[in-house]
Write a protein that binds this ligand. Structure first.
Ligand code: SF4
Length: 254
């Protein structure tokens, strides 16, 4: 099967989930969540990857569901959804429709919120988003989907060259003066490749800046029923995953 170009896909998805007049963007849910000690999460529609383990695939792969919110409307919904002063935008891909996300972050940070952007980083790595446009006070969590080009292509459906954009995004944030742990971090999805690939990848990251490894966050595949359904359709078997109640499953142990 031919690999997909995630930059072209981002442009197409943007035309389906973002309205430049009013900077309105499509969401499928706004909810209080327990992550980070309690926060309000905006789940956006549409993504430019097709990860075989995506927990949000019904909305990330399909731009039809959802509802539009302007930045002001999204800020109001976030304020109503919970008492937390930490907000995050998450999957789908929140850098698609970037003017919306930037305006929302400006609004919320201006009101004293902490704001976390959970992104695959491709548009930052590709020069479509300059780190200088990232509002100060926004914490950027770049979720690296695989430890190598080869495994990236296998699990995301995107061409292997796009893996470099994930790494490039981390480099660009460093070059722009963002500090690992304080302003951003790499979150690395575990279990998509053998351990030796991860060792090589962590060495590569340490060669860029040791703080990328020190502050790295592991991300686990969780075997929710709908995730298992997707993985089985894609013929993907993780090397390591968690059950929804936190049990560890290794390849071959089931
Ligand atoms: S980048 Fe995230 S939202 Fe997009 S397909 Fe992968 S796991 Fe799903």
């Amino acid at each position: 099967m031919a690999c997909l170009d995630p930059l072209r896909l981002a442009s197409r998805v943007e035309s389906e989930v973002y309205e430049p007049d009013g900077r309105a963007r499509k969401y499928w849910r706004i909810r209080a969540s327990r992550h980070y000690g309690g926060n309000v999460a905006g789940d956006v529609v549409g993504c430019n990857l097709r990860c075989a383990f995506c927990w949000a695939w019904r909305y990330a792969f399909n731009a039809r569901p959802g509802f539009y919110l302007t930045p002001r409307e999204a800020a109001a919904r976030i304020a109503r959804a919970g008492p937390y002063r930490l907000a995050r935008l998450t999957g789908g891909e929140p850098t698609i429709g970037w003017p919306h996300t930037r305006a929302l972050a400006d609004m919320l940070v201006g009101r004293g919120y902490e704001f976390v952007l959970e992104t695959n980083g491709l548009l930052i790595g590709s020069d479509r988003i300059d780190p200088g446009e990232i509002p100060r006070g926004m914490f950027v969590r770049i979720s690296v989907k695989a430890p190598s080009k080869e495994s990236f292509e296998k699990v995301t459906g995107a061409c292997g060259w796009a893996w470099d954009l994930q790494v490039r995004a981390l480099e660009k944030l460093l070059e722009a003066g963002f500090e690992p742990g304080r302003d951003f971090r790499a979150a690395v999805v575990l279990g998509v490749a053998p351990e030796r690939e991860y060792s090589l990848f962590f060495e590569k990251l340490a060669g860029i800046d040791a703080r990328l490894v020190e502050t790295m966050e592991p991300e686990y595949i969780v075997l929710y029923r709908h995730v298992v359904e997707l993985m089985s359709r894609r013929g993907f078997k993780p090397y390591l995953a968690l059950t929804p109640d936190g049990g560890v499953v290794r390849r071959g142990s089931r």
